[in-house]
Design a protein around this ligand. Structure first.
Ligand SMILES: Nc1ncnc2c1ncn2[C@@H]1O[C@H](COP(=O)(O)OP(=O)(O)OP(=O)(O)O)[C@@H](O)[C@H]1O
Ligand SMILES: [Mg+2]
Length: 330
């Protein structure tokens, strides 16, 4: 059934990779939703499956290793996993856009920035309205997009190759590429990770500012809770392939309920001094033979018998705060 409030609705998603050692069950029953115009954060430790989730939503899992085993990815009321290839391309190119972790890998080194932007602008317009733009129209839109992404001297940039640009400039070009699409949903996968901290902050602010201006819904993937605190409406906390807690970005900091969320927050050094309080012992499990029941149970000090046997459902705590934990949910 179509729910007009939800733009993206991911239900019980399971994604695995086939390797020589066997099947890695990375994403295992992941649930998340993004509403129209909403800014949603997805946080979790390295290796918990954030990029895998993003790739599954965008339909760009590495083939043949990666595959969606089950679940639904519903975009504007339609299950993307059941669509024909042509339909999927239209949605993924026009309605959903992305910014990736590594800007160097996202740009093609053998084409100029101009060629890459013109290409996207032309094909976006063609897919959206069936209209062929003139050379001047394409060029003007490219210049406008580069200016909006706070890049100076766009005329010169258009004739540059990616190798001639700094990391920060390349990521700005990627933001410009994402902007020319007029998409309803942007998925950003830690767009600042490959950059130094000051540039990271600029990139975050720029992408958030542009999304807010256009009212584009955003799924912002980050491993640090602090970075997205300022910008997000809601935050999903992910652990070992599952979302374990969701709340608005005030409540997740004020009253985190899942032991993993609490550990993540405690692992952030305090500005007031005192360093890291406790953090979480251990690490994300191996996906070849992940723990049964709650995947966090081997690291959890509140573990009960049921946690080792049954996967916890989401318990509703009110005010859109939900937690998948037998200890803190009931
Ligand atoms: N192509 C692949 N083949 C096999 N395993 C993979 C592949 N890509 C990712 N994985 C495994 O899937 C797991 C999740 O990886 P993923 O990149 O989704 O994590 P992440 O949450 O994005 O981490 P990070 O914060 O470091 O970016 C990891 O154990 C990783 O080794
Ligand atoms: Mg990643």
């Amino acid at each position: 059934m179509t729910d007009t409030g939800k733009l993206l609705d991911v239900r019980d998603l399971c994604v695995s990779y086939r390797t020589y050692e066997g099947k890695l069950k990375v994403v295992d029953g992941l649930t998340l939703e993004v509403r129209h115009g909403e800014k949603v954060g997805l946080v979790g430790e390295t290796g918990c499956g954030k990029t895998t989730t993003m790739r599954a939503i965008l339909g760009i899992l590495p083939r043949p290793a990666g595959q969606v085993d089950s679940g639904e990815i519903i975009f504007k009321g339609n299950n993307v996993l059941q669509m024909k290839q042509k339909e999927i391309q239209r949605i993924r190119g026009v309605a959903i856009t992305a910014i990736f972790q590594n800007p160097t890998a996202a740009l093609n080194p053998v084409f100029t920035i101009g060629q890459q932007l013109y290409d996207v602008i032309r094909s976006q317009e063609w897919r959206k309205s069936g209209k062929r733009l003139s050379g001047k129209e394409v060029h003007d839109r490219a210049v406008k997009a580069l200016k909006e992404a706070a890049l100076h001297d766009p005329e010169r940039l258009l004739s540059n190759y990616p190798v001639q640009l700094s990391g920060g400039m390349k990521q700005r070009v990627c933001i410009a590429l994402a902007m020319v699409s007029d998409a309803e949903l942007l998925i950003a996968d830690e767009p600042g990770t490959a950059l130094d901290v000051t540039i990271q902050d600029q990139i975050l602010r720029l992408s958030m500012f542009m999304m807010s201006k256009r009212n584009t819904a955003t799924l912002y993937i980050e491993h640090s809770l602090g970075v997205i605190r300022e910008w997000m409406d809601r935050v999903y906390v992910m652990y070992a392939g599952r979302t374990v807690e969701v709340a608005n970005s005030v409540d997740i900091f004020r009253s985190p309920r899942h032991p993993y969320t609490r550990g993540l927050l405690e692992a952030v050094p305090k500005l007031t001094g005192g360093g890291i309080a406790r953090g979480i012992m251990g690490r994300v499990p191996e996906y070849i033979d992940p723990p049964g029941g709650c995947r966090f149970h081997p690291r959890c000090e509140y573990r009960m018998d049921i946690c080792t046997k049954e996967k916890p459902p989401f318990f509703d705590l009110g005010d859109e705060h939900k937690v998948a934990c037998y200890h803190s949910g009931s």
